[in-house]
Design a protein around this ligand. Structure first.
Ligand SMILES: CNc1nc2c(CC[C@H]3O[C@H](OC)[C@H](OC)[C@@H](OC)[C@@H]3OC)c3nc(N)[nH]c(=O)c3cc2[nH]1
Length: 373
């Protein structure tokens, strides 16, 4: 089996579960946060730095790599692991979401999606078959079915039609998925904010027996309580012996709330994206290190943090680097934010092991602040 989920235990206090995801490139402890390396690089980070901060799996993006440098080149280089010198697990998204969020002029038909490259305007298309073949060529350990992530808000009827088409596309992905690679194809549950459509989508996909299931169509601008409700409406219809992946979710509170509801995998651009404008996630909540009040502050960004940046550099120094537009400044804020979330999941797993994730949630929110961050 390319990818095998091992359930270790369920938290007695919540619906959270401790697990291990075995893949051809190594084991992932779950619940896990997966740093995003959209164009085959986690911006500013070397593989060694990612390993030092504890990343066990990273993501890359089919849409971006399909456009540039092209999946054939990556295949010629020996696949993504060799190309980016990352010997641990990789997951790639199927490109559907990116077509909607990045490209102009796109047209959806039963066949697939036609769109213009956001780089040079070329007319391109992705279908369930081609998106699967591109991912087979890239060689990630976990690849995603080609789906449509409906916009939010959207008419019930639109979400229904889109979700039913995504289920038909999922079956086409399974058929196109080449077994020659040791890769696991995950299905993506859709259904918008409608419990009946979520249930139907989950039943359709689990009837196809994927090795893992993502919940898509969330974290698209809906109020967070809608997202949590949809998790509660979907997860009961997913098999307990397969991993569950909540796509695009990444604030500390959402990682904890999602874990409590039984999610095993999260991906989020948040920590790396906000790091690039000098915003940090710290044990005391969010902090904008470029603020003038840190000009003479020679303490660490986060006194409770053991990351390379917090052990060796001051707020004043990092603020100076960012103001001076020095690359090293953003590398330090990225190292810190990634370490913060990886370490948060270490604490979440510890709390599940000790049956106290509910208590941990209260303590964390008390210190971090329940702000939408
Ligand atoms: C933010 N809320 C968010 N992100 C959703 C992503 C994309 C995740 C994707 O989000 C960035 O792409 C844009 C990341 O690159 C910047 C990708 O990392 C490689 C990541 O791929 C897993 C979804 N992907 C699919 N295939 N289907 C979805 O329904 C879906 C829903 C999302 N909600």
């Amino acid at each position: 089996m390319a990818v095998k989920y091992e359930l270790i235990k369920t938290c007695a206090q919540t619906g959270a579960r401790l697990g291990r995801l075995h893949t051809p490139h190594g084991v992932i402890d779950t619940p896990t946060f997966m740093p995003v390396g959209t164009q085959a690089s986690v911006k500013g980070m070397s593989p060694e730095e990612l390993k030092t901060l504890g990343a066990q799996i990273i993501l890359s993006n089919t849409y971006h790599l399909f456009l540039r440098p092209g999946h054939e080149l990556v295949k010629e280089a020996g696949g993504l692991h060799r190309f980016m010198n990352w010997d641990r697990p990789i997951l790639t998204d199927s490109g559907g979401f990116q077509v909607f969020s990045l490209s102009e002029m796109r047209k959806i038909t039963e066949e697939g999606v036609q769109f213009r490259s956001h780089i040079n305007g070329d007319k391109l298309s992705l279908t369930p078959e081609s998106a699967t073949q591109v991912q087979n060529a890239l060689g990630a350990d976990i690849i995603m079915a080609f789906d449509e992530c409906p916009p939010y808000p959207a008419e019930y009827e639109y979400v229904k039609q889109s979700t039913e088409r995504t289920s038909r596309w999922a079956e086409r992905c399974l058929k196109a998925h080449s077994r020659s690679h040791d890769q696991a194809l995950f299905g993506i549950v859709q259904g918008g904010m409608h419990a009946d459509l979520r249930k139907q989508s989950a039943l359709d996909l689990t009837s196809l027996d994927f090795p893992g299931y993502a919940m898509g169509g969330l974290s698209v601008g809906e109020p967070k309580h809608f997202m949590y409700e949809m998790l509660e409406e979907t997860i009961p219809y997913l098999p307990g012996n397969k991993p569950r992946y909540l796509m695009g979710v990444g604030s500390p509170d959402a990682l904890i709330e999602g874990s409590i509801r039984g999610v095993d995998m999260f991906d989020c651009v948040l920590p790396t994206r906000i790091a690039r404008n000098g915003t940090l996630m710290t044990s005391q909540g969010r902090m904008v290190v470029r603020n003038a009040k840190y000009t003479n502050d020679f303490g660490p960004m986060d006194p409770e943090c053991s990351c390379y940046a917090c052990r060796n550099y001051s707020r004043a120094y990092i603020r100076h680097l960012i103001k001076a537009d020095e690359m090293f400044g953003l590398r330090l804020t990225t190292i810190h934010n990634l370490h913060f979330l990886v370490n948060l999941m270490v604490q979440v797993r510890e709390a599940i092991r000790e049956d106290r994730l509910g208590t941990f949630r209260e303590e964390f929110f008390e210190k971090y602040g329940m702000a939408d961050n």
